[in-house]
Write a protein that binds this ligand. Structure first.
Ligand SMILES: *Cc1c(COP(=O)(O)O)cnc(C)c1O
Length: 400
C-alpha cells in the first residue's frame, strides 16, 4: 500500500488543507461530518460583517442584502452541491424544523394516503419527527428494518411501499454506516407507488455529488455545519422541486413566508416560489461562514471532492485492516456504496473515543461500539488519517 506521505504528495487538492484554521497543529480531526473546521478567511468575513454591514448599514441591510440571502445562498448550494436549478432551494431554520415543515407539506400533498415509510436506523430527529407528524395527521409509520452496517436498498424499499404510502423519508448517506442510497433509483420506486420522497442530505452535501433535478427528487433538507463548514448551528437548507412549488403548503405560516411580508395584511397567503418555506426572520449571522466553503467547493467541483473523499475512506479501511485487525468495518467496503465517513466497530470503542479525545485525536462514537471517522475531504490529509489510526492502535493496546 502506498504510504500516507506519498498519497499526500500526489493529492492535487492537498494545498486546500492549509486554508482551514488549525490544520498546522498536531491535532487529528476526524469529525468533520459533525462539525466542519472553519476556513481562515471566515474570520475576516465575520468581523467585517459586524463593522461594515451590521454596524454601518444597520436596518438598511435587510433591503440591501439580507432579505434575499436565504434565496441567494439556496441557489448557490443548489448549483454547487445539489445539482438543483435556481429557485428551488432556500436556507432557513434548523434541519429538524425544515424536515418537519416538509414532512407536513408532503403528506398534505397526498390526501387519502395513510403511511409514512422510513427505516429504523434513520437519524433520530427524522424518526422522532415522523412519529409526531403521523400522530398529528392520523397516519401510521411503516418501518424498514436495516442492517446497521449498510442501509436502505431498492428491495427493502419496494417491500415497504404500497398504494397507502404518502411519503418516504430517507437519508442519502446513513449517519452511522455511511451507506450511500441510490437517490435516483429509490425516488423512481417511490414515484411508481405514487408516493413522495423527502431526502435528508445532511451527511452527503459537500462530500458526495448530488443531482436532485436529475433524480426527479421531490423534497430535500440538509445541514450546512457538517461538510459545508457553516459553523455550529448554521441554518439548514430545504429543496422543493419546481413542479411542486405552487402546491406546497408548510405548517408554520409566518410573515416571512407570506406573499408580501410588509403588507402586514389580515391573513396569510403563501409567497410564490421557494420563499414560502420560510417562517420568521432568517438567521443572517449564521449564514455567513458557509459562503466561504461554498466558494471553495464551487472552484474545485464536487467530482474532485468526491475523488479525494473516496481516497481517504479507502485508505482508512485498508489501514484499519492492517493496524486494527480486531475491529470490523461497519461501513460499505464497496466505494460506490459509501459516503464520506467510515465506522469501525469494536466493543471498547466508547472508552477508546474518550482516550483519543484526551490525546487530541477527535473522531466520534456511535452506539453500538462504533468509532466514526468523518474524513472531510478538503481539510483532512492522509497523514492525519494515519496518525489517527495509529493512535487507536495505541489506545487499544493500553486498554489491554
Ligand atoms: C446532523 C443531522 C441532523 C441534524 O439536525 P439538526 O436539526 O441540525 O440538529 C439531521 N439529520 C441527519 C441525517 C443528520 O446527520
Amino acid at each position: 500500500m502506498t504510504a500516507a506521505h506519498d498519497l499526500d504528495a500526489a493529492d492535487t487538492l492537498r494545498s486546500y488543507r492549509d486554508l482551514f484554521v488549525g490544520t498546522d497543529s498536531p491535532l487529528v480531526y476526524l469529525d468533520g461530518n459533525s462539525l466542519g473546521r472553519p476556513l481562515k478567511v471566515t474570520a475576516e468575513r465575520l468581523s467585517s460583517f459586524v463593522t461594515d454591514e451590521w454596524g454601518d448599514r444597520l436596518i438598511r441591510g435587510w433591503d440591501e442584502r439580507w432579505m434575499a440571502l436565504p434565496r441567494v445562498l439556496g441557489n448557490e448550494i443548489g448549483r454547487v452541491a445539489l445539482g438543483a436549478a435556481a429557485g428551488q432551494t432556500i436556507v432557513g431554520d434548523s434541519t429538524t424544523v425544515l424536515l418537519y415543515k416538509l414532512m407536513r407539506a408532503a403528506v398534505a400533498l397526498r390526501p387519502g394516503r395513510t403511511e409514512i415509510v422510513l427505516d429504523r436506523d434513520n437519524f433520530p430527529t427524522d424518526r422522532y419527527l415522523a412519529d409526531g407528524v403521523a400522530r398529528e395527521c392520523g397516519l401510521t409509520l411503516t418501518w424498514i428494518d436495516v442492517d446497521t452496517t449498510s442501509g436502505v436498498t431498492a428491495d427493502l424499499l419496494a417491500a415497504a411501499l404500497s398504494e397507502r404510502t404518502a411519503l418516504v423519508v430517507l437519508s442519502h448517506v446513513a449517519y452511522r454506516s455511511a451507506w450511500l442510497a441510490d437517490g435516483a433509483g429509490l425516488t423512481r420506486l417511490a414515484h411508481d407507488a405514487g408516493a413522495l420522497v423527502l431526502w435528508d442530505l445532511s451527511h452527503s452535501v459537500g462530500s458526495v455529488p448530488l443531482a436532485l433535478d436529475a433524480w426527479d427528487a421531490d423534497l430535500a433538507v440538509g445541514c450546512t455545519y457538517k461538510y459545508l463548514n457553516g459553523g455550529p448551528g448554521a441554518p439548514a437548507f430545504a429543496y422543493v422541486a419546481a413542479r411542486l412549488l405552487d402546491e406546497v403548503v408548510q405548517p408554520i405560516q409566518g410573515w416571512m413566508g407570506a406573499a408580501d411580508p410588509f403588507l402586514m395584511g389580515p391573513s396569510y397567503a403563501p409567497a410564490p416560489g421557494i420563499q414560502r418555506i420560510l417562517s420568521g426572520t432568517p438567521p443572517i449571522v449564521g449564514m455567513l461562514a458557509m459562503q466561504d466553503m461554498l466558494a471553495l467547493l464551487g472552484e474545485i467541483g464536487m467530482d474532485a471532492v468526491r475523488e479525494k473523499s473516496l481516497g481517504l475512506t479507502s485508505y482508512a479501511i485498508d489501514r484499519a485492516a492492517d493496524l486494527l485487525p480486531e475491529t470490523t468495518v461497519a461501513s460499505p467496503v464497496d466505494p460506490m456504496l459509501r459516503g464520506g465517513h467510515v465506522t469501525l466497530n469494536h466493543p471498547r470503542m466508547r472508552e477508546v473515543t474518550q482516550a483519543l479525545w484526551q490525546r487530541d485525536v477527535v473522531p466520534d462514537f456511535r452506539d453500538p461500539g462504533g468509532l466514526r471517522l468523518g474524513l472531510s475531504p478538503l481539510s483532512t490529509s492522509y497523514d492525519e488519517v494515519e496518525r489517527g489510526l495509529r493512535a487507536v492502535r495505541e489506545v487499544l493496546d493500553s486498554l489491554g
